[in-house]
Design a protein. Structure first.
Length: 416
């Protein structure tokens, strides 16, 4: 009874604290992720108030958080969207991988962490935060901008690449042989391809089977199916997160919309628990030794992400302003960088990898919203171009009025 009471007190205090931190972040208009990470650092080993009784439950909640993050991401896309993006935007995806994964791999090798840590850190620096970026675009009123589809295409390709990348990381961290790793990758690719095929051909049938007018039944079926598939995927040595992502892709229409609205609060709750859990396993005293390389890596990859977005927007025929906005919007890293680093921390391959990833994400999750807002005006000032005198600032959360649209080179219009 005593340990049960302590568990309730500890876990209740965590949830209450996360709610207050989320409210504070909302008022300050930035992502709550850095505050959640800092809360984990405060409650972890070497922190102000280490947890005891509730740590195991927090670990389970964190795993559910990762699964729900990937499920909700999958619900955002249909299989046809993914196939279309693969066909039209794959060059941008390749440039994105080359420019942003290489710096992380190089730093890990320079620090002497070995090839496995290099592959892990490459993933940490490669994947942008879809959640943070989507929120920033909405807050800045840019969802209708011409460069936004380019940004979303890059994010879709990154998320799809996770279906291949995570099984590779899982196999490497487990230390399996080349033959076993190849089998794991082949299974992952086969499962992903099968799910995409079934989603394209029979997505409506699956969605009708899952769909229900009763929110309770819909929630139970979708959540149960997701956890079941995630568990089976993990048994096959494929990441549980990938299994959840593929379930999200397979659902569409009313089932996807209903599941999205029902699961969003659960996703936010368990995702917050996940960030706290990651912070719990990072000793605050281990951060100062890696803060300098984390800062340098953050600056380098902020520039490479900006270059990625600028190039992709230029390739899509977007004018100068939209190119800079696309580049600045892609800088933020967040949930998926932590997911990747969390796999490495659990495997225990390099003690400093967790602290470096935490510092890196903290820097870029704060810097990302700022680059999204200010990259365009700073770039225009540095290049000697000025914003038209009659252009007015757009309030956060508002969509620019039609009269503020200006012509671009190809005769269409673009938001300033």
């Amino acid at each position: 009874m005593h340990s049960s009471a302590i568990f309730l007190i500890e876990f209740g205090a965590i949830i209450l604290g996360l709610g207050l931190l989320g409210r504070l972040a909302g008022r300050l208009r930035f992502s709550p992720i850095p505050l959640y990470l800092l809360a984990g650092l405060a409650f972890g080993e070497g922190g102000l108030l280490p947890l005891g009784a509730s740590e195991e439950f927090v670990a389970i909640g964190a795993e559910i958080g990762v699964i729900l993050l990937l499920l909700m991401l999958g619900l955002e896309y249909t299989a046809s969207d993914l196939v279309s993006n693969l066909k039209t935007q794959y060059p941008a995806g390749l440039v994105d991988m080359l420019l942003n994964a290489v710096p992380g791999a190089i730093l890990a090798l320079l620090l002497g962490w070995g090839p496995v840590a290099a592959v892990v850190l490459a993933g940490v620096t490669w994947i942008s935060s879809s959640g943070v970026i989507a929120k920033v675009l909405n807050d800045l009123g840019r969802l209708g901008n011409r460069e936004t589809p380019v940004i979303l295409s890059i994010l879709v390709l990154e998320d799809l690449a996770m279906a291949v990348y995570l099984p590779i990381i899982t196999a490497l961290l487990a230390g399996v042989s080349l033959a076993a790793g190849s089998v794991t990758l082949a299974i992952a690719l086969g499962v992903a391809g099968l799910v995409l095929f079934v989603a394209v051909r029979y997505g409506r049938v699956i969605s009708r089977f899952v769909s229900s007018d009763d929110p309770e039944k819909l929630l139970l079926v979708v959540l149960g199916l997701t956890l079941l598939i995630a568990g089976l995927a993990q048994q096959l040595q494929v990441s549980a997160a990938v299994g959840a992502f593929l379930v999200g892709i397979a659902l569409s229409g009313e089932a996807a919309e209903g599941a999205h609205s029902l699961l969003a609060p659960l996703r936010d709750l368990f995702a917050a628990v996940f960030f706290v859990f990651f912070g719990l396993h990072t000793d605050p005293q281990s951060i100062p030794p890696v803060i300098l390389p984390a800062f340098v890596l953050a600056v380098v990859t902020a520039l490479t992400k900006t270059a990625t977005g600028w190039w992709a927007a230029r390739r899509a025929g977007i004018s100068g302003k939209g190119r800079w906005r696309a580049g600045g919007a892609l800088v933020a890293r967040g949930e998926f960088s932590i997911v990747i680093a969390g796999l490495a921390v659990t495997a225990g391959i390099e003690p400093q990898l967790g602290p470096l990833a935490t510092s890196y994400v903290l820097i870029l999750v704060i810097l990302g919203p700022l680059t999204a807002r200010y990259t365009e005006p700073i770039a225009l000032r540095l290049t000697g171009k000025k914003t038209p005198a009659n252009a007015t600032a757009t309030p956060v959360g508002a969509v620019p009025a039609l009269e503020t649209l200006e012509p671009v080179e190809d005769g269409r219009t673009e938001r300033p």
